[in-house]
Ligand binder design. Sequence first.
Ligand code: AMP
Ligand code: TRP
Length: 332
Amino acid sequence: MKRIFSGVQPTGTLTLGNYLGALRHWVHLQEDHDCLYCIVDMHAITVFQDPALFKDQTFEIAATYLACGLDPQKSILFVQSHVPAHAQLGWMLGCKTPMGWLNRMTQFKDKAGKDKEKASLGLYGYPCLQAADILLYQTHLVPVGEDQKQHIELTRDIAQSVNSAYDVDLFTLPDPLINTHAARIMSLRDGTKKMSKSDPSDFSRIHLSDDADLIAQKIRKARTDADPLPGSFDQLEGRAEAKNLVTIYAALANMTLDEVCQEFEGALFSAFKPRLSDLLVATITPIGEKIALLMNDKRELELILLDGAQRANELATTTLKAAEETFGFWTP
Ligand code: AMP
Ligand code: TRP
C-alpha cells in the first residue's frame, strides 16, 4: 500500500481553500492508502504564535481533521513536536541542502517580505523540516495544494542528493499529489490571490467554522463582475473572480467546470451566488458544528493525538536510525 503524508500548520481556523485543496482529498485517500496526517506546530513557530492560544489552535486542527472525516482507525493523526525525529532529521537534511536551493523557494520570499535580514533562520530552513516530515515515513505521495508543489520537489531533490552522496537507498522519493479540481482556491476579494488563513480581510475567505448567515453574507459580498456566465469555462479568461466562484461550485457539486457553465449559461451573479451559498452552507455548516462539539471534549482529542504520536514515533525512529548510520553517527 502506498504511504501518504501531509500536514497543516495550527495557525488559525481552516478555510474552504484548505478543505477543497487538501482535507477533502485526504479523507478519500485514507480508504486505500497508508496515511499519516500531521499538525505541524514546529513549522507554525517560524512566525510568532501567542503561547496562550497556540495549544487551542493545535486542538482545533485536530478537531477539524476529525470533523472533515479523517478517522484515527484508518490514519495516524499526530502533532509534529511529539515526534522528536522530525527536528533531528530536519537538522541533518539542513546540512545537506545548498542555500541556493532554499533561495528559490517562493513561500520564503512571500513570508519574509521586503526585509529579509529580519527573517528567522527557521523560516529560511522551513523546507528542510518539511522534507524531514515527509522522508521520515518513506512517503510515496504528498497530497497538497498547488502552493506546496515547490516544497515537495525540493524534498525530492534533497532525498536524491543524500541517496547518491552516500550511495544508499535511504529515502523513498516522494511525489506531490495535487487535487487538480481545487488546486488553488482564490480570495473572495481578489481573484489573483490565494484564499489564505492569514489574509487581513475576513471577507476574503470562508472558514469551516462560519455559520450559514456569515457564509451567505461573504458570498453576497464576494467580488464579481457584471457579465453573465458563458457556456464554457474557457470563455471566462480574464475574469479571475468569476472563475474562482465557478471552481468552488464545481468542486462542491462534484461537477466539471464546463458542466457548471452549461447549467448557468446566461445567468448573472445575482442568480448564481444564492445557489453557491446553499451548496456551501450544506457542506460547511455540519463540519463547523462538529468542530465545536469536539472542542468541548479535549480529552478525546488528546487520546487520539497521543496514540497517533506513539505510532508515528515507531515509524520515524526506524528511518532516523538508518539516517544516523548512513551519516556515520555513533549510535549505541
Ligand atoms: P496552510 O494553510 O498553508 O498550512 O495549508 C494547508 C494545506 O492546504 C496545504 O496542502 C495547502 O496547499 C492547502 N491550501 C491552503 N490554501 C489553499 C487554497 N487557497 N487553495 C487550495 N489549497 C490550499
Ligand atoms: N508547508 C505546508 C503548508 O504550509 C505544511 C507542511 C509542513 C506540510 N510539513 C508538511 C505539508 C509535509 C505536506 C507535507 O501548508
